[in-house]
Write a protein that binds this ligand. Structure first.
Ligand code: ADP
Length: 244
């Protein structure tokens, strides 16, 4: 069987913060291929390098050595401006804290990155995304008038509407009650199954990781293990075995 195309790849990725006594190897020689059209969860104890890995994969931070490829393009050697354009056109990012603009309504927030980029949005695609996240009757509401779950759905719609090659979500359900978290996870799953998106999600929650196709486990900046077709029970058991 031919290998699935790779959406993002880390090759011997090393990230060192500080020098001398305060040196921290946040990533210690990570090799990872993220397949296109797959939902991958990244797990590991606090401080194991999860955020550093997704930030470097998304081109939001740079490696100390090694390389990151996004959509087949090597990020090393790109200027800040080239990285900004690459992120804008190819990457979506969802944060734990939603990061919406308080003075803009939901629709304006969803459209913002495309409007700033001067890119015409496909109206049919915008409609499909708005309906999929169930925000049709909330489009004129500002973030303060929306629940946490609704705000995160706006953030996810914003990340998807430009049809990025890959969406990174860093603890997207960390600030949500379990019902809203469930809706967000269902939606990320649908983005992969129905819209053919590639999603990479950092999470502490075995139940959240069970929505993914594959879990990669980090420990001390290294890939410690991985699991295909995870279930909550198997993830819990693996975390115990890894001593986290
Ligand atoms: P995780 O997301 O798994 O909690 P992080 O990627 O945030 O882990 O951090 C990995 C390691 O790198 C930790 O030891 C953390 O303290 C360190 N680290 C992260 N960001 C910085 C920074 N900007 N400066 C110094 N150390 C950092």
């Amino acid at each position: 069987m031919a290998a699935l195309p790779v959406a993002a790849r880390a090759v011997d990725a090393v990230k060192v913060y500080g020098t001398g006594l305060v040196e921290v190897r946040a990533l210690d020689s990570v090799d990872l291929d993220l397949e296109r059209g797959a939902f991958t969860a990244v797990m590991g104890p606090s401080g194991s390098g999860k955020s550093t890995l997704v930030h470097c994969l998304a081109g939001l931070d740079t490696l100390t050595s090694g390389r990151i490829e996004l959509g087949g393009q090597d990020l090393s050697g790109l200027s800040e401006t080239q990285l900004t354009v690459l992120r804008r056109d190819h990457v979506g990012f969802v944060f734990q804290s939603f990061n919406l603009i308080p003075t803009l309504d939901a629709l304006e927030n969803i459209r913002l990155p495309s409007d700033l980029a001067g890119r015409r949005l496909d109206p049919a695609w915008l409609d499909a995304v708005v309906d999929a996240v169930g925000l049709r009757d909330r489009l004129r509401h500002r973030p303060a008038e929306l629940s946490g779950g609704q705000q995160q759905r706006v953030a996810i719609a914003r990340s998807l509407v430009g049809r990025p090659d890959i969406v990174f979500a860093d603890e997207p359900t960390g600030n949500l009650d379990s019902r809203s978290a469930g809706e967000i996870l269902e939606f990320l799953r649908r983005a992969v199954d129905d819209f053919d998106q590639t999603v990479v999600m950092v999470t502490h929650d075995p139940g959240a990781a069970a929505h993914s196709d594959r879990v990669v486990f980090l420990a001390d900046g290294r890939l410690a293990d991985e699991m295909q077709a995870p279930t909550t029970e198997r993830v819990l058991e693996r975390l115990k075995r890894l001593g986290t």
